[in-house]
Design a protein around this ligand. Structure first.
Ligand code: FSX
Ligand code: SF4
Ligand code: F3S
Length: 362
């Protein structure tokens, strides 16, 4: 049987030094959300485990997930695709197309039976025997079932693959759904978000690649290290929420001073994701930091939860926001935290007062 290269073998081939290899392993350890104690295990796996073969297929979707993936900065998506995984088939990223491309997919499935990672983007169209989403002359339901039954593990990338996404929004004319019922008993890792954060996508695939198993998952099948906190728990506007300071519309003085966006429809209190920690595009920003409320894009059926700009329709009182979600650590008001909160709030109040004074002077 053909011997497949490990990450270390590939570094040797490319003349990459041991030092750079170890640095990549440190970066991978942090990317996968593991503690530095796990570094030696990551190095061992990177030396010994063959690079994973990945097949990446697309159903009903907008391709935003792949677009997000190629913007991964750490590791760079180009490094990941060229050096750390063997991406054999991807509807968006592969240069090949047509019959030879489809033949290559089937060869890859047969050659690496039980060994490849199947990444799936997009929903499955189930109505009328799946004819609303075709790929390579077959329905997507056929392709997904076939590719999943021979995979080692399946990753559902994006809210569409996890729970149907925009195609499944009422009235759901194509009968779209998430992929779960089409993957049989294969390990399934759900990575929701519309799209998911690039580094979360690369972190999950590298975990499966190096350890041959899914990372620890929560009850919804999501990796705990990336979906263990609500946006609300890591939000830098949280001190304003706790102090009852809310923007009432997008161009009032409170919005300009960076107050909490809850009254503008923010779904941070019910949304689990890493946007507040990892942020997007090399940690540059995330929706709330750019001044927009979180629309809960990693929640199932977020399209059908009413207007994005209304307050969470299910919760009338501000105090109810903290009852949303499970396992919230109650905000401490002691010591340093209280001081930090008070300082931020006071600064916010000063900013608003100054903005109001400025407005009055005009
Ligand atoms: Fe869905 Fe991904 Fe939203 Fe788009 O492929 S999760 S519509 S960002 O692209 O599937
Ligand atoms: Fe941040 Fe939204 Fe929570 Fe306000 S409601 S603290 S803007 S996540
Ligand atoms: Fe999505 Fe909310 Fe993050 S809209 S990108 S989960 S801040």
């Amino acid at each position: 049987m053909e011997k497949r290269e490990s990450l270390w073998d590939r570094c040797l081939d490319k003349g990459i030094s041991r030092r750079s290899f170890i640095k990549s392993c440190v970066a991978l350890t942090s990317l996968m959300g593991l503690s530095t104690d796990c570094l030696s295990k990551v190095v061992e796996a990177a030396e010994a485990k063959p690079l994973p073969v990945v097949i990446w297929i697309h159903g009903h979707e907008c391709t935003g997930c792949d677009e997000s993936f190629i913007r991964s900065a750490s590791p760079l998506a180009s490094d990941l695709v060229l050096s750390q995984i063997d991406l054999e088939y991807d509807h968006l990223l592969s240069a090949a197309c047509g019959a030879p491309f489809e033949a290559h997919l089937e060869e890859t499935i047969q050659k690496y039976k039980g060994q490849y990672i199947l990444a799936v983007e997009g929903a499955v169209s189930t109505k009328d025997n799946g004819i609303f989403c075709m790929s390579g002359g077959h329905t997507f339901t056929h392709l997904l079932r076939h590719a999943a039954e021979n995979a080692m593990a399946v990753i559902a990338y994006g809210t569409c693959a996890v729970s149907g996404g925009i195609q499944a929004a009422a009235p759901n004319p194509t009968g779209s759904s998430g992929i779960k019922m089409f993957v049989g008993n294969k390990p399934l890792i759900n990575v929701p978000g519309c799209p998911p954060i690039p580094e979360v996508m690369t972190g999950v695939v590298m975990h499966v690649a190096l350890f041959g198993a899914a990372p620890p998952l929560d009850g919804e099948g999501r990796p705990k290290q990336f979906y263990g906190n609500r946006i609300h728990d890591t939000c830098y506007r949280r001190p304003f929420f706790d102090a009852g300071l809310f923007a009432e519309n997008y161009d009032d003085a409170g919005a300009k001073a960076g107050w909490c966006l809850y009254k503008l429809g923010c779904r941070g209190p019910e949304t689990y994701n890493s946007c507040g920690n990892i942020r997007w595009y090399q940690g540059m920003s995330y929706p709330i930091q750019s001044g927009a409320a979180c629309i809960g894009c990693s929640n199932p059926h977020f399209w059908d939860e009413g207007s994005f700009s209304d307050r969470l329709p299910k919760y009338d009182k501000i105090g109810d926001a903290d009852k949303i979600g499970v396992g919230l650590a109650v905000m401490t008001t002691a010591g340093v935290a209280a001081h930090a909160v008070a300082s931020v709030v006071q600064k916010g109040q000063r900013d608003v007062q100054e903005a109001q004074k400025g407005g009055a002077a005009e």
